[in-house]
Design a protein around this ligand. Sequence first.
Ligand code: FES
Ligand SMILES: [Fe+2]
Length: 376
Amino acid sequence: MLTADQTEALFRPTAEARGLPAFAYTCEDFAREERTRLFARTWTCAGYAHEAPEPGDVATRTVAGVPLLFARSRTGEVKCFHNVCSHRGALLVSGAARGRRALRCRYHGWTYDLDGALRATPHWGGHNRPDAEGFDKSRLALKPVRMARWRDWLFVNIDGEAEPFEDYAAPFLARVGEYDLDEVTWRRTLSYEIAGNWKLVAENYLETLHLDFVHTVLAEAAPFEEHAVVADGAALGTIIDVGLPDSWTAGDPLPRWPGIGGDNRTAKNLALFPNFKFVIGPDHCCSMVEFPDGAGVSHQRWDFYFHGEGASAARYEAARDSIVDFYDKTNIEDFEAVEAVHRGHASPAMAGARFNGIWEGGVHHFQKLVAGYMAA
Ligand code: FES
Ligand SMILES: [Fe+2]
């Protein structure tokens, strides 16, 4: 996908490097290759436990072009399977469903339990005879997908070959270790469609140099130069210890994460390669996940979480709303920038990004991770 010259230029020290070539952002062939070489081979964020809160609940999502289903079993565990019937390959579940006792294919009625075992094959042995001699249903269970769960977030490794999630995510998990997220409670989801390649959405998140120009309100409370860059294995992002003061939200102050002191104003804007972003402050957190749709469109989903009753009690509503509204406005400012960058990449004059060695080490690191997957 990348020539030896392009790879050599990318892997120079940050200030001398030249970024990924423009076609890595605009070419549909590159985007298709990313599905199998990158997204399927790493730990991609694919779902949310809260989408299937009770036994029998099912959620679906297509990741790297692969249809998946998440089912909450009778014992309360969320499992991931390929969303395809073992008979003749029909999509098994077409959308979210609640309280299912089994998963029944609409084509010829093959029926699976919530653990993926094939239980019924109507008329397989003749009219009204569901069983045929020598037909071994146990070999035709739904195909499981390797999945790891961290709190509400479900990560899949589609090819099954990645290192264990705990090892892969260790540099990320170490940076959120001080927050007790036992009672992290989902509250709201916002969905966006961005006319830009998913990598540009990610890269924009990984530097704060644009704050003064794109986010004037945010930059006042969280000056760009106060952010420290994180670029450590699969963990990326920026951290600021003098972020937004309590007074920036309306209404009653939200409950803080247990163990976080009253003067803690740290905001961590972390990412776990490839598509998981996680902003956490003293009293809320938000995940942002990209789902690419070809080279030029990214679907991004933001989910907001609070501590315990901070997610539900009416007296915190004004505070919750001010957080969600502020993030939403900031996000829209970012999208305009990202879409302009995407359009710029159509130009033959775009010969790979230049990086600032102080502020853009995270963007450079991200591009090197992409190149590493695409080369192998
Ligand atoms: S394809 Fe599902 S039962 Fe035939
Ligand atoms: Fe931004």
